[in-house]
Design a protein. Sequence first.
Length: 300
Amino acid sequence: MQRRSFSILLLSLAVASSAFAWGEGGHLMTNEAATLSLPTDMPHFFYRAFPQLVWLGPDPDRWRNAGESIESVNPPDHFLDYEYVAQLQLPNQRYRFIDLLHSSGTLRRYGISTATAGFLPWRVAEVSDRLTGEWRQWRFSKPNTTERRAIEADIIHDAGILGHYVGDSAQPMHATLNYNGWIMPNPNGYVNDCEIHARFERDFVSHAIAISDVVPLVAAPEKRTDYFATELAFVRASNALVERVYAIDRDGGFDTLRPVDAQAKRFTAERIAAGASLLRDLWWSTWLNSANPPKRVTTE
């Protein structure tokens, strides 16, 4: 995906934005591992749709270059540069977050635009909320009707693309302003060659990772109720692993011309499995939570 535009200052320290996300292979494995670990108490049509759910994993990256309007809103949904907002109490509504970026002086302090920090946790929460509502509609629809079939199509589509954003949030380079070369103070000698992002998530994944490496690392199912809080904590955990990505890369772990490095392989499989675990939890939880009546929400 088209990643983001930095301020002039940061551009002078890094490079112009490029196309980044887990490569197609990483997103396909995230969604596939989620299907393989799903509890068996959901409606049967969802299990029949596993091939579509897997195929839809990379879909938001397929939207790039479709036109200026979609290019202005799609890229920031794939990341959160957590360093920009680490000191803020982040609200669970996107537009309140945008207001906070202004009122807190964050945009002025860093010389960035509204979308530069990214909106990934909000996107995951928004799609999860929508999926919960669709499951609720499904519960009240009549079997074997056009209405139910249409709702099922909506559920499969949204569940599939949810996997993309959850998969992105498992990738530490989607949780940092050091997303493709270290631009902060660098006493540990991390690379700033502007190739590490693709070297890690695309080249190494394609070279060294298979679904059989990922599935055994998927966690046991856990019901989630607060989608935003869950996803924000997940992004924070990914941000905490950014230096590990750089250290592995500095030591040659992602070099595809060398024998596969065991530490790099394990770490990468763990991150894809973490994304698959959370995605599976959100699929299952949106179904379970849809049995409850909707909460009345006040927006400004």
